[in-house]
Write a protein that binds this ligand. Structure first.
Ligand code: SF4
Ligand code: SF4
Length: 386
């Protein structure tokens, strides 16, 4: 069978497996490789040091699979009918990024990619080389998707398809089979700057450039330490990821809804009450987020984020739950509980924070307490609410 016939069969098979999008690009060095290295050298990856490893593989997939000729990019829509973050303004509720409302996508993607890989082996000699990835290895996924005609990389740095929008999981098969290649998708952002204008932290420092260190998705998922003080106010009610630059994108306004049942929101998870999440013990956290992407933040990371959102809510009804978390076993949680209490109570936080300081032994918590106590000694509540 010729490259054209085989490519058509692979695409039909990909769609029958449930993929919404599929495109093929040639293997080889990518122009985006240099841009990626520049991005790293500017420190935009923050503490995601794994992104600095095996860069030569990201630049050219032939360093992953010697002799590779083609990259088949598959896209799976994860959009559901639930509303956008920009339409929800209840400050007593937290926002979890859309991609994390249902089951972890890695398993879903890998199963489909494995089936497609088996199909290619059956249609060819069987001894072909195929590697599969879905956010699981050193591949510049969006760049391959762009060159395979799956979509363009928008000013918000997401991969956008004209019909499907940007709520898309990407996965690739890298293979040494010669195929027919698609043309790159044209950039359709035009003069729009909605994503850049809407980003609360200025993380889109210029069109097509994301400084992860400022991005709420990085701060609430990837970062393991405390959230920098100057960014806490701006994380708003986002407790796991951030959808704002995609919610405002006009290409997502008519995005179709996925057929994939496992991506539908688990009950109450897309916009959960902050108080109930802040009260989760270790066992309850494990049970609630079993098989969910949210598990990645671990309980201490999620509660850190929730306490920041509670501080930002300005709602004094959260004082009891925050006070309880001052005694949490995790220093990271105690740090953010102290901050949240100060945000809610201003000078009224003085007693509980002094009480915590007496018994506290962790240097990072003590450092935070000293900082807040100094603020209270100075301007107190005015400073907290400013
Ligand atoms: Fe900004 Fe949120 Fe988009 Fe990050 S995810 S660039 S913080 S709008
Ligand atoms: Fe492009 Fe506008 Fe969407 Fe940003 S909001 S990615 S500029 S179309």
């Amino acid at each position: 069978m010729g490259a054209k016939g085989l490519t058509g069969d692979i695409k039909r098979r990909a769609r029958s497996l449930g993929f919404d999008l599929v495109g093929v690009s040639p293997a080889g060095p990518l122009p985006d490789g240099q841009r990626y290295k520049d991005w790293l050298s500017m420190g935009h990856a923050g503490k995601m040091h794994y992104l600095e490893r095996r860069v030569e593989r990201r630049e050219d997939v032939r360093n992953i699979l010697p002799g590779a000729k083609s990259v088949i990019t598959c896209g799976l829509n994860y959009n559901t009918q639930a509303p956008y973050s920009t339409d929800c303004d209840d400050s007593r509720k937290g926002w979890i990024a859309r991609y994390a409302w249902g089951d972890d996508y890695h398993g879903v993607m890998d199963e489909k990619l494995l089936s497609l890989s088996d199909f290619i082996r059956a249609e060819t000699s069987g001894s072909v080389g195929i590697m599969r990835y879905s956010d699981t290895g050193p591949v510049l996924e969006r760049a391959h998707a762009k060159y395979g005609g799956v979509g363009w990389i928008g000013k918000n740095t997401c991969l956008i398809n004209q019909e499907t929008g940007s709520w898309i999981f990407l996965g690739e098969l890298i293979t040494d089979v010669e195929l027919e290649y698609d043309s790159p998708a044209p950039d359709r952002c035009g003069t729009c700057t909605r994503c850049i204008d809407a980003c609360p932290t200025g993380a889109l420092t210029e069109p097509y450039t994301l400084d992860s260190r400022l991005c709420i998705s990085y701060l609430t998922i990837e970062l393991k330490d405390k959230i920098p003080l100057d960014l806490r106010d701006r994380t708003g009610s986002n407790i796991f990821g951030c959808d704002i630059c995609q919610d405002v994108c006009p290409w997502n306004r008519k995005a179709p809804v996925t057929d994939e049942a496992s991506f539908r929101p688990r009950p109450g998870l897309y916009n959960p009450g902050l108080g109930s999440i802040a009260s989760l013990g270790p066992e309850e956290f494990r049970a609630l987020f079993k098989g969910s992407p949210v598990k990645r933040a671990k309980r201490r990371g999620l509660l850190r984020n929730v306490l920041v959102a509670i501080g930002n809510s300005g709602d004094a009804r959260f004082v009891p739950v925050v006070t309880e978390r001052l005694g949490d076993e995790e220093p990271l949680v105690r740090i953010h509980a102290a901050w949240a209490l100060w945000k809610l109570e201003g000078k009224g936080a003085l007693g509980p924070l002094l009480g915590l300081k007496e018994s506290e032994r962790d240097p990072a918590v003590l450092e935070e307490l000293d900082y807040i106590l100094e603020l209270i000694d100075g301007t107190g509540r005015l400073e907290a609410s400013g």
